[in-house]
Design a protein around this ligand. Structure first.
Ligand SMILES: NC(=O)c1ccc[n+]([C@@H]2O[C@H](COP(=O)([O-])OP(=O)(O)OC[C@H]3O[C@@H](n4cnc5c(N)ncnc54)[C@H](O)[C@@H]3O)[C@@H](O)[C@H]2O)c1
Length: 410
């Protein structure tokens, strides 16, 4: 076995398929039997928008990619790639439990000379302070001498399967670790950007996501300022976007979600606190982001009152599009779901999303996706999927909230 990829989700499966396509023999390992089943059967959508499902079929048919449940053990391999989730705990710090579990599984299986490449997004310091001593203790091997350890965070854009063209940052514990990791990543990605240490690589990933969070929150503040002055925020952003340097356009929205942006901003502030530093800019961006769903619901209330429509508490509201971004079957930290939870406190709620058949609200209510024509007094479009049925209804008011502000759709 050339490579074992641990965790076959949005980021692990594309790595496994790319390694197989590059001619390596790959074992994909996952802790979920359901996940192994859907990939083995190549159920439509199992590529989660990050893998070309034809490429996946080819890799499986060639025998270069095989799959296994983690409980069935991990075989010896030259390279282990860790792609397990790294969520935040309630204080924004990294919940390292799944990463530790994967590291332990690897440490039990590996032999001298192996490379362990951590692709999961990590809070600064995780790779060398947490994983390195853990793997060394459990395997009895010396890091940098008997085994190699490196970090290469992933820049995946779900919905876009050609991520192998995106440059990959790589850093090892020692120059030799970096060399081996660059060699592996160079076979699955077009461009590799080595940096001096795993900590630097961790900071690159955390910073680039935090940058997005700060700028999305800033765009939300601009939207409020434009509204107060009756100026079209899109006009301002489009014109500002013509500046050829020093400006990068971000759009306002109902709140940034997903696995990366809000989680990384939390890692940033938790890391700052750890070093006795303040991060007021990032703290403010997080606060703006957390307030956006309530703000959106408040703006919907205002819009209903301004149009003489019944208040929310007398409405059945159909929310259209609940994923955190268009055309991606992922509701993690989705602003649309947070809006649904806010609405559920005062209105009867339902949702429509062809990507998400079922959704559990914070109050335990289990909702099933309804047709877009389902009975409702009001439709709120939160996430606009490009490829699936657009929301068109003549019988009830439709408000598009995908920019964070309700705009009535004619
Ligand atoms: N999803 C994205 O767009 C994205 C982008 C860049 C970086 N990342 C980062 O990549 C990492 C993985 O995220 P993802 O979105 O691919 O996760 P995911 O939830 O899509 O998939 C993770 C898989 O790992 C499996 N798993 C969990 N613990 C395991 C274990 N101990 N052994 C084997 N399998 C295990 C789960 O069953 C799941 O199938 C995270 O750190 C995330 O922040 C994600």
């Amino acid at each position: 076995m050339d490579v074992v990829v641990i965790g076959l989700g949005f980021t692990g499966l594309p790595t496994a398929v790319a390694a197989a396509r590059a001619g390596m023999t790959v074992l994909g390992v996952d802790a979920s039997r359901e996940r192994i089943g859907e990939i083995t059967e190549q159920r439509p959508g199992c590529g989660r928008g990050t893998v070309d499902e034809q490429d996946l079929g080819g890799a499986l048919a060639s025998g270069r990619l095989r799959l296994r449940h983690s409980a069935d053990g991990i075989p010896h391999s030259g390279t282990y790639v860790l792609c397990v989730p790294t969520p935040a705990d309630h204080r924004g710090r990294l919940d390292v439990s799944m990463l530790n579990q994967a590291a332990d599984d690897v440490a039990r299986s590996m032999r001298p000379g192996a490379l362990v490449l951590v692709q999961s997004t990590c809070a600064p310091g995780t790779v060398e302070e947490v994983l390195l001593p853990r793997i060394a203790a459990m395997s009895g091997l010396r890091p940098g001498l008997d085994f190699h350890l490196a970090h290469s965070p992933v820049r995946t854009d779900p919905g876009n399967v050609s991520v192998d063209t995106v440059p990959r940052v790589v850093a090892g514990h020692t120059p030799r670790c970096t060399e081996l990791a660059v060699r592996f990543v160079g076979r699955v990605a077009d461009r590799v950007v080595p940096v001096s240490s795993p900590r630097a690589a961790e900071l690159v990933k955390v910073f680039e996501n935090t940058f997005r969070m700060v700028n999305i929150s800033l765009a939300c503040e601009l939207a409020a300022l434009c509204r107060a002055q009756r100026v079209d925020v899109d006009e301002v952003l489009a014109a500002a976007g013509t500046k050829p340097y020093g400006f990068l356009r971000h759009r306002p929205g109902p709140g940034a979600g997903g696995d990366c942006v809000p989680v990384s901003a939390g890692f940033f502030t938790a890391s700052a606190r750890r070093y006795g530093l303040h991060s007021p800019v990032v703290d403010a961006a997080i606060a703006v982001n957390e307030a956006m769903p309530a703000h959106t619901v408040h703006r919907v209330r205002e819009a209903l009152a301004a149009r003489g429509l019944p208040p929310l508490r007398r409405c059945r509201v159909l929310v259209a599009g609940v994923t955190y971004k268009p055309d991606t079957a992922n509701v993690r930290q989705s602003a649309a779901v947070r809006v649904l939870n806010e609405l559920a406190a005062e209105a009867e709620v339902a949702y429509h999303d062809p990507y998400i058949p079922e959704l559990v609200l914070d109050n335990g209510t289990v909702l099933r996706s309804q047709p877009v024509t389902a009975p409702a007094d009001l439709v709120l479009v939160m996430t606009r999927h490009a490829a699936k049925d657009p929301v068109r209804r003549a019988d009830v008011p439709v408000f598009d909230c995908s920019s964070g502000d309700p705009v009535e759709v004619a």
